[in-house]
Design a protein around this ligand. Structure first.
Ligand code: CTP
Ligand code: MG
Length: 180
């Protein structure tokens, strides 16, 4: 059932979806790279801060704990068996999402893109790759049981759509400086 598959994929990815948005709200303060440059270009840039990364990770982790609380009721009500998040998996998804986004900024700077420049496809999927890789690394059994091939397929299609819509909305209400 496609509907159930989409619901499970969305639920399983929520702890990875929230960190970037929380980081936007919490951003500011000291940049992770401390202003360091490589070949004249910033290592990461002012858009990757300690505070944004910490708050983003915490937000994703805490959301997973909240989902764990309501999961049994949601599963019973809907008949769709939504996943719960062991501590390592919750942390892996949240921190991995931030790490993926940070890695993308590293790539952006190396390819001459200024802070805030668009990097299509990478912008939309960097945090997915980071989140899935970290979750797999920290709790492989949970990962293969939750992110089956069909679920991963839905995630790869669904995430860019959600990313474009939420970022455009954040831009319209003035939370983000660019609409991507
Ligand atoms: N942010 C942060 N720390 C992070 C990620 C994001 O503080 N690890 C905050 C920053 O204030 C950043 C904003 O969220 O400007 C938007 O994030 P993003 O679009 O990822 O950063 P950009 O400023 O666009 O920089 P980059 O070009 O490096 O992606
Ligand atoms: Mg950006």
């Amino acid at each position: 059932m496609l509907y159930a598959l989409v619901a499970v994929a969305f639920w399983a990815m929520l702890p990875a979806y929230i960190p970037n948005n929380a980081a936007v709200l919490a951003g500011g303060g000291a940049p992770i790279d401390g202003g360091r440059r490589v070949d004249g270009r910033r290592l990461l840039g002012d858009g990757k801060t300690w505070r944004g990364t910490a708050v983003g990770t915490l937000a994703g982790f805490l959301l997973a704990q909240g989902l764990n609380v309501v999961a049994p009721a949601v599963s019973a009500q809907t008949g769709i068996s939504v996943p719960t998040f062991p501590v390592a998996a919750a942390f892996g998804l949240a921190f991995g999402a931030m790490l993926g986004d940070i890695s993308a900024s590293f790539l952006k700077r190396r390819t001459g893109r200024q802070r805030g420049a668009a990097f299509p496809v990478v912008d939309q999927l960097d945090f997915v790759v980071g989140a899935l890789a970290c979750a797999a690394l920290l709790d492989f059994g949970w990962f293969v049981g939750t992110f089956t091939l069909p679920v991963v397929g839905v995630v790869i299609v669904l995430t860019p759509i959600l990313h474009v819509v939420t970022n455009a909305a954040a831009y319209v209400v003035g939370l983000k400086e660019e609409p991507y």
